[in-house]
Write a protein that binds this ligand. Sequence first.
Ligand SMILES: Cc1ncc(CN)c(N)n1
Length: 221
Amino acid sequence: MRVFERLKAAAGDDWRSYTEHRFVAGLGDGTLPAAAFRTYLVQDYLFLIQFARAYALAVFKGRTLADMRSAHRGVSAILDVEMDLHVKLCAAWGLSPEMLEATPEARATTAYTRFVIDTGLRGDLLDLHVALSPCVIGYAEIARRLAAAPAGSAPENPYREWIAEYAGDAYQDVAASAIAKLDDLGAYSLTERRFEGLTAIFAQACRLEADFWQMGLDESR
Ligand SMILES: Cc1ncc(CN)c(N)n1
C-alpha cells in the first residue's frame, strides 16, 4: 500500500473529520455562509505565506539534489500558482491584498503552520513531508469529490471556482507529486517502528486542518 494510504487508514477518524467537515459540505452544496468563506479566504492567504516557509524547509532538509528540486517546485507551486489564484479569488469576493495583509493571524492559522514548521525543524525530511501532506493532498481529494457531484459545479454554487481550482489538473499534479514523494522517502527511511510516530504527526495535522475549517465558521459569527 502507498505510504499516504497507510497514513490515511491509520489516522481514520481524524482524516474523516477533516475531509468531511461541515465547512466542506457547505462548499459542496453551496450552503456555506458567505461570511464564513470570506473569513476562511483571508486566513488562508496568511496560512499560505507560512506554509511556503514550511515547504522551503524541505529544500534545506533535502538529502539529494532531486529532493531539493522537488521541494523547490512545491514552494513555487504555493508562491507562484496557488497564491496568485487565491488573490484573484479574494478579489472576486471583495478582499484586497492590502486588507489580507493587514489582518492578524487567527489562532488556528498560527497553531497549524507553526506545528508544521516545528515538525520540520525537529525531524527529518520524511517527518516534514508527512506534516505537509494532509494540506497538499487533502485538498486535492476533497475537491475531486466535490467536483464529481452535480452541486459542486452548478452555476448557482458560489464556491464552484474554489472547487474547480483544487480539482483542476495543476493542483491535482502537485498532490500526485506529494504522494510519490512520500513513497520515495518511505522506501529509504520508513521502518515499522517509525510508522507510529509518523501517524501521530499526520493525525495532528488533520486535526489542525479541521480546526482551520471550524475557525472559518466560528470567527464569522
Ligand atoms: C488550510 C489549508 N490547507 C490546505 C490548503 C491547500 N494547499 C490550503 N490552501 N489551506
